[in-house]
Design a protein around this ligand. Structure first.
Ligand code: ASN
Ligand code: ZN
Length: 322
């Protein structure tokens, strides 16, 4: 895959590739403007020390360590998605090198963006499998980097829940794009395949039905609301950033399925331009974010456009006044 990706980027496009690229309507195909990722995978070898030893650089051969190679491939898929769908060149829009450290800690049950790079635990094998497995988890963490370089949303309360939701939105869109699934065929799950066998659940979160992803003695029940009526006021989890993100997550699901077609094309573009457009305050709350998505949709598709109507309805559907 590395070789193929390199060849595609450095050689002139064939007619078939030209056509393939044309399926993304956002930019004119231009081989000379192709962006190229610069990935490094590092290995913490079971310690909680960053950044760890470099084990695979851009263009390097597969290592045979499934976790290393998966991290490399999913970084590539995520980079390719932002280029193809929104013509974005990496996390900062200017080709920032992508660094991921794997095998972080022992039985470490999480993955995160630390402000500079992505970090993945192997999971404990009892509740969680390796966090490098699901593509949307990599998409989620890398999107935290994009948010940091753009709207820089405070990681607390409603702004934090929006920060979390944007990572879920683009994490899911990357997976949908990779699988070529239109909105009505996608599972809208985050972290499907991450839960070990025997855990009663399907994923970490569900954008389609927040609150239904798992219910297991070891994990508790998925705490996400999908409507403002069930907004959770808590000081835990940075004011519920991974909890109340269910509300804007579900709004995105409603907008994307209301519009129809491929979610990354229209609904995704509205959310992407809202995130990167420079109009959001770092402490923006749900209502102001919703208003901004409606403005963005109006600009892209017309104030009376069906797409804009779907965005308005989506926020109304989760009890947020846009
Ligand atoms: N996986 C989590 C996230 O990206 C880690 C965290 O809460 N910082 O949101
Ligand atoms: Zn997150």
């Amino acid at each position: 895959p590395a070789l193929r990706a390199r060849a595609r980027r450095t050689l002139a496009l064939t007619a078939a590739q030209f056509t393939e690229r044309r399926t993304f309507p956002v930019t004119a195909p231009d081989a000379t403007e192709d962006f190229v990722p610069n990935r490094t995978i590092r290995d913490a070898k079971g310690r909680e020390q960053l950044p760890g030893d470099a084990v695979r650089a851009e263009g390097g051969a597969a290592t045979g360590d499934r976790v290393v190679d998966q991290a490399y491939d999913w970084l590539g898929a995520t980079f390719d998605f932002f280029e193809a769908a929104y013509r974005r060149n990496s996390i900062d829009g200017a080709g920032l090198p992508l660094v991921s450290t794997v095998h972080y800690g022992k039985d470490y049950d999480n993955a995160f963006w630390n402000g500079e790079q992505m970090v993945y635990g192997d999971g404990d094998g009892e509740v969680f499998l390796a966090f490098t497995g699901p593509l949307d988890v990599t998409g989620h963490e890398l999107t935290h980097g994009i948010t940091q370089y753009t709207a820089n949303l405070e990681y607390y309360g409603q702004a934090g829940a929006l920060n979390e939701s944007l990572s879920d939105v683009f994490g899911s869109l990357i997976k949908q794009w990779h699988l070529k699934q239109p909105a009505d065929q996608a599972d809208w799950l985050i972290g499907e395949g991450l839960l070990a066998e025997g855990v009663h659940g399907v994923a970490l979160r569900s954008m389609k039905e927040p609150g239904t992803a798992y219910d297991d003695p070891r994990l508790g029940k998925d705490p996400q609301p999908g409507h403002m009526d069930h907004y959770v006021r808590t000081s835990r989890d940075n004011g519920g950033v991974h909890i109340n993100s269910g509300i804007p997550n579900h709004a995105f699901y409603l907008a994307a399925t209301g519009i129809g077609g491929n979610a990354w094309e229209k609904a995704g573009r509205v959310w992407y331009e809202t995130l990167t457009g420079g109009e959001l305050s770092t402490t923006v709350e749900f209502a102001a974010f919703a208003t901004e998505t409606v403005k963005t949709a109006g600009r892209l598709y017309g104030e009376d456009g069906a797409e804009t109507g779907a965005v308005r309805q989506a926020w109304a559907g989760v009890g947020v006044q846009a």
